[in-house]
Ligand binder design. Sequence first.
Ligand code: T3D
Length: 268
Amino acid sequence: MATKTFEKLIYELESNGTLMITLNRPDKLNAFDDDLSFELIDALKQAERDPKVRCILLTGAGRGFCAGQDLQSRSISQSNGTSPHLGESIRKRYLPIIFKLRTLEKPVVCAVNGVAAGAGASVAFACDYRLAAEDASFIQAFIKVGLVPDSGACYLLPRLIGMGRAMDLMMTGRKVGAAEALQIGLVNEVYPQESLMEKAKQFAGELSLGPTKAYGLLKRALNKALEVDLETYLHYEADLQEIAGRTIDFKEGVSAFVEKRPPAFSGQ
Ligand code: T3D
């Protein structure tokens, strides 16, 4: 498989099948410039294609997770008297990232190591799990710079925490600390900063040993379940189970149960 070298993120595949993707612009709290956003799209596509990747663990280098859009580049174009085409920017950069995170048929765990603001928060919301450090935080920063929440925030956040809470966070742009994030269901677990990565790797490692195809199908099922009526969903679910029932991991799961031993899933 052709592999690509990245400059603004770190792409490390561990022998257990966990792929660590680390956003790597720590001096800018890993804000998305064009390069970082296009590299993340490429990294996710590569992870999707590579059968050795069984789980993705996404995090940020330094003290932040991701501060969203790099505002420096926007400031430069505004001072030149030009209005950036944000619709085009979102379609080309954020849309593919969010869509790929939601539809990529492998588990994606986000280790939120620090502040997640604007599109950086949206990226965390699009992951399947959010494990946060005690000093992590989430900021719907868009409104503070006069923008509408983007990168799927208005779609994803109400689905995670409900419409009322999402409206509050988006209208005020206030900072949500890890304790509140846990309480409102925005994150799955909170750990001390020093143990976050160890815990996240351990958890991702467990998912890497799981029935990868079934994880992928369950993501498909949950995505569909939010969109369609019950009867349509029940037919869709039957189709997915037809697929899952033909996997090697289903055979292995049943054999392991009958033989009273732990399953050794291959991801096939
Ligand atoms: O444009 C489009 O394509 C549309 C899409 C928009 C999507 C969006 O994400 S809009 C929202 C953009 N993000 C923000 O508005 C967040 C801006 N950042 C902040 O509000 C604060 O930095 C934080 C609350 C996130 C963290 O505050 P703090 O005090 O911990 O750190 P800091 O000192 O503000 O930042 C540290 C450095 O990172 C600093 O650089 P310097 O001065 O030391 O050289 C700061 O400028 C830089 N930085 C932080 N966020 C950004 C950034 N540089 C560029 N863009 C950023 N978003």
